[in-house]
Design a protein around this ligand. Structure first.
Ligand SMILES: Cc1cc2nc3c(=O)[nH]c(=O)nc-3n(C[C@H](O)[C@H](O)[C@H](O)COP(=O)(O)OP(=O)(O)OC[C@H]3O[C@@H](n4cnc5c(N)ncnc54)[C@H](O)[C@@H]3O)c2cc1C
Length: 506
């Protein structure tokens, strides 16, 4: 039987195999190619001529962070009934991480997976491609992505590209910092920090020399912004709670230090709330060193710009951001590493190129400045960018982006918080409750909201869990020459200067 196929582009195709081997079933004898061609002509004449569908417009979103995922969610709504636009989100992880709650993972307030959502549970119409973006070729409109166990490369072409890769950590090329500090941006970072804290407590507990114990139980945080303060507030509680289970250790052995170049911590919240937060942390025994910076990490410890050296094995780095390395290489206008876009998120001079989120410098039409790098902005920017991309494809009207921050909140540990909502300041328990309520409502998906609410409830009844889970086991860490009190998943930490000199038992 002759088979006539219509391919995706609407062209007629002959099924060659069927054509050469086909037999006239009634006569039982093979028919020649000519006969088959004749039949093809006749059938073609009778068959309705399929219309060649218009070429599908391809949109690529680079990143599974706030701007990228919320752009994808907006496309889901806008393109529900349309097949002429193909949208793919490319992300290194197959999940979306809710960073405002990241410190709760490091402090064992929440289970590891409570604040991550698999992309495929969030997206249906938009495809997701899990891989590492290796190269962006703006001239040929294609992106090279490596993926799979063998890291093989794939080319993805596009008509519209939304850059939303966020930013990277800036270590300012300070000696020893990148090799030894723990950054705090990803779920892996939070797990690594939690493991480091627990391993340090274990090591300190079995360490007989008091002089060796102290550096193990000293944690230095560089940076007095939201990430630094919230992390320190949370891990201080965690370590104090865990230490109760170690008869050899006392709360006084613990030293927590925050170093900030500003006069007060949390400068984004203003002097009143910054001073409140600072007072609260000082009362808990946390040292706050203001108007100073971390200068280097050496074998003697962590050096500050005032010449002091803090003996510590754990430096948490939240002190600076830099341009994403891939974006820094692109020949597009940027300022301080952020891509300059217009109020519609378009990069001038590059048709089809858009940017949103932390990596983009978006003019703030209300203040005349630029939108800050923050999750609440990235969410709105992602959604608005998606709407403008669709408007551009359809030849519709794009809308300039306007958004004013609703407020900012920080949890500083021990059920205390600081918040500024619509210009009104709150502090103490109410601000902490507000923090939890607002962020729980913002956490995507009902399932995760329930899990987080349950974890918080259980946290009221039981002591925090401090099992140190190392995915590859301690032996592999030792084989790799890693610092013995770090997990195998801590390659950077393996370079941590080991302050220990002699270990006299005493
Ligand atoms: C600890 C912490 C706490 C925070 N708390 C708050 C808060 O309380 N409130 C607030 O408003 N903001 C907060 N922020 C800031 C907020 O997280 C960022 O502003 C927001 O994430 C920016 O969104 P984005 O989409 O621009 O970038 P990101 O969310 O950083 O997303 C970037 C994405 O790109 C992916 N990516 C990067 N490079 C590649 C590559 N080569 N290949 C593939 N994928 C890649 C990353 O994996 C990531 O998924 C916090 C940030 C941190 C780190």
């Amino acid at each position: 039987m002759m088979e006539i196929l219509v391919d995706a582009t609407g062209c007629y195709q002959r099924n060659v195999e069927a054509m050469t081997l086909c037999k006239d079933a009634s006569l039982g004898k093979p028919r020649g190619i000519e006969t088959a061609m004749e039949q093809l002509k006749q059938t073609s004449a009778k068959a309705p001529v399929a219309k060649r569908p218009a070429k599908r417009t391809k949109v690529l979103i680079l990143s599974g962070g706030f701007a990228g995922v919320y752009a994808a969610l907006e496309f889901e709504t806008l393109l529900r009934r349309r097949r002429d636009i193909e949208v793919t989100l490319v992300s290194r992880d197959n999940f979306f991480l809710f960073t405002p709650m990241l410190h709760e993972i490091a402090a064992s307030d929440l289970e590891f997976n409570a604040i991550v959502n698999p992309l495929r549970k969030m997206l249906g119409r938009v495809d997701s491609f899990v891989g590492t973006i290796e190269q962006i070729d703006l001239t040929n409109k294609r992106v090279v992505v490596s993926h799979g166990f063998h890291q093989h490369l794939d080319d993805l072409d596009y008509d519209h590209l939304i850059l939303a890769l966020g930013c990277s950590t800036n270590f300012f090329n300070l000696p020893g910092i990148e090799a030894s500090a723990l950054s705090f941006k990803t779920l892996g970072d939070a797990v690594e920090l939690r493991n480091r804290l627990i391993s340090s407590i274990e090591e300190a507990s079995s360490e007989c020399a008091a002089s060796e114990r102290r550096p193990l139980l000293t944690v230095v945080v560089a940076g007095g912004g939201f990430a630094g303060v919230e992390t320190l507030g949370a891990i201080n509680n965690f370590v104090l709670e865990a230490i109760r289970f170690y008869p050899n250790l006392r709360g006084d052995d613990l030293r927590m230090v925050l170093v900030t170049p500003d006069e007060l911590i949390l400068p984004e919240l203003g002097p009143k709330l910054g001073a409140y937060a600072q007072r609260k942390l000082l009362k808990r025994g946390i040292e706050i060193i203001t108007r100073e910076r971390v200068k280097a990490a050496t074998s003697d410890g962590i050096e500050l710009t005032n010449g002091a050296t803090i003996l510590s094995h754990t430096l948490i780095w939240t002190a600076g951001t830099a341009a994403h390395p891939l974006l820094a290489r692109l020949p597009i206008p940027n300022e301080h590493g952020r891509i300059k876009v217009n109020e519609f998120f378009q990069v001038d001079g590059f048709p089809g190129l858009w940017a949103a989120g932390d990596c983009a410098l978006i003019p703030d039409l209300v203040t005349g400045g630029f939108h800050p790098p923050a999750a609440q902005h990235a969410i709105r920017e992602g959604r608005a960018a998606a709407r403008n991309v669709v408007a551009e494809i359809e030849g519709g009207r794009k809308k300039p982006f306007r958004f004013s921050a609703l407020g900012r909140l920080a949890a500083i540990g021990q059920r205390t918080g600081v918040a500024n909502i619509f210009g009104i300041s709150f502090s103490g328990f109410f601000a902490w409750w507000l923090w939890r309520t607002v962020y729980l409502s913002k956490l995507p998906r009902f399932e995760k909201k329930v899990r987080v609410a349950l974890d918080w409830t259980l946290d009221l009844c039981f002591a925090k869990d401090f099992a140190c889970i190392r995915p590859n086991g301690p032996n592999r860490a030792a084989q790799a020459g890693a610092n013995p009190f770090c997990s195998a998943a801590e390659p950077a930490a393996s370079q941590m200067p080991k302050i220990r000199a002699t270990a006299a038992r005493g």
